[in-house]
Design a binder for this molecule. Sequence first.
Ligand code: MG
Length: 199
Amino acid sequence: MSKRNEKALFHIQDNDCPMYVAAPDYPTALRLWEAEMRAHGEYADGEPVPPPYGITRICEASEFLPEPWDPTSLDLVEHLRRQSQFSLRTFGPGTRTVGIADHIEKELREVREAASTAANAELSGALDRSHRDDLLTEWIDVAILAFDGAWRTGASPEEIVLALKAKQAKNEARKWPDWRSADPNRAIEHDRTAEGGVS
Ligand SMILES: [Mg+2]
């Protein structure tokens, strides 16, 4: 038994499937379960001791958790593999370019609505973490859809990561106008006078 996230998550290895267990009252629940496992390990019929009340076996709720979630770090290749497998099962094959673009446009409207709600809350002094979380959630929806479109071009997770890093490096090497003199409500585009191409 190895602890992965002491606040919310721990991990028990068994032979059939790794079990990922969320415990809202983690310390108590884990102590109870560890005591139970030490005392019995399994029932006489060979069934493993079930988790105590308050613990959810996440692998039963979602069988597609290949590794315990570490909420603060990400292997993007692994994540894209996981996302594409989920997406293929759930939304089917194909590029879905028009459908995904349509969905991104819908999510961008939600970004604007959440930003407007947050701005109004800020003006009235009521801005709190939940407004920022709502806005973050809408941006994440856009990011997930963009990655969905990316793997559906036929690119592998490794190729998507390469393209992401290559484009970031390209942007960093570009010449940009002074953001202070740019309209905050318009796209800031790089200086194209030094190059012939687009994008
Ligand atoms: Mg949304």
